[in-house]
Design a protein around this ligand. Sequence first.
Ligand code: HEM
Ligand SMILES: *[C@@H]1O[C@H](CO)[C@@H](O)[C@H](O)[C@H]1NC(C)=O
Ligand SMILES: *[C@@H]1O[C@H](CO)[C@@H](O)[C@H](O)[C@H]1NC(C)=O
Length: 345
Amino acid sequence: MATSSPRSIPRFSQFVALFLLLGFGKTSRAGDPPLTLDYYKSSCPSVLEIVRKEMECAVLSNPRNAAFIILLHFHDCFVQGCDGSVLLDDTITLQGEKKAPTNIHSLGGFRIIDRIKNMLESECPGVVSCADILTVAARDATLLVGGPYWDVPLGRKDSRTASYDLAATNLPTADESLPSIVTKFLYQGLSVTDMVALAGAHTVGMARCENFRARIYGDFEATSEKSPASEAYLGHLKSICPPVGGGNNTVAPLDYVTPNLFDNSIYHLLLQGEGLLNSDQEMYSSILAVQTRDIVRKYAADPIAFFVQFSESMVRLGNITNPESFANGEVRKNCRFINTWAPEI
Ligand code: HEM
Ligand SMILES: *[C@@H]1O[C@H](CO)[C@@H](O)[C@H](O)[C@H]1NC(C)=O
Ligand SMILES: *[C@@H]1O[C@H](CO)[C@@H](O)[C@H](O)[C@H]1NC(C)=O
């Protein structure tokens, strides 16, 4: 699958490290007011309870909602930092991120965030940012499908801009090479370990045929064992996702063993060579996977180690912030529009 030579990787990541050291990375938290655990302690003491209750309802009615919210938080943070930019609708004067290629048919859960925002606006108007709501909601989503708990630092501001272009370039895609995906994580100040742990979120949720077609008609057969169960699984995937033409939006679980449970079985699938996405399987099977392969093995063997690292990496993901949003940011009244665009109530 991988085509570039392994020797070019260390040099390239050194270049990236230098780039970041010199401070050219656009998203960082240097100089920003730090996020704190008790940010809304006096201004909105019930914030955590309100988010949890809404998330309980949403995940109980459909576990996929947990996956939608976790993905939404990730796609928010990789584009101008965690500033709620992904939540903005297109308007005449603002091009949102929702129609960017990596987002257009993949995102969901916006109405859940709207519901939480409405509740919070009646409880403590103008106080809790949409970016913070999304961050807490992603933690609750994880917990509600069986994943770990962690404390969520708060105090993000919502952006008054979005970036279609950064959504198109910063977000990793299923058929991208491992070095290229690693580079995107390093650019955000995250490590290779963060990347492998965070990709463990693929223990829940679904992918569309468009994103696994190249995998099932590519090297799935080569990486997987020739067992009847594995062959039946591949046959099923091919039956719902034809090699050419339609079916692009037909979905299959990323973890077919326990699709609605946040556990470490995604890593077991990778050891068996049955990852649904090329990008996931590459972390174990690519000739460039020297470092990532060991991490995959570790999380497959030790679910606690995975949970501990996932929690830590989610805090680091949520810590990516655009200094712009602090200088020009706001607390949106409606997560879909910047405040000058909020419809009259
Ligand atoms: C390592 C690089 C990553 C790549 C290449 C990648 C790629 C993808 C792709 C292609 C899909 C299917 C989307 C679709 O078909 O519509 C997906 C789904 C998902 N991803 Fe990732 N992802 C990565 C990392 C992450 C991270 C860091 C998180 C969160 C911490 C995450 C959470 C999810 C979730 C929860 C889903 C399922 C969403 C649903 O059910 O609709 N992914 N990812
Ligand atoms: C979050 O960012 C701040 C400011 O750069 C930094 O001091 C802190 O260590 C970061 N926290 C984590 C958990 O990465
Ligand atoms: C399905 O996705 C492929 C790859 O992105 C694209 O080339 C093709 O035009 C899509 N087909 C339809 C019917 O949208």
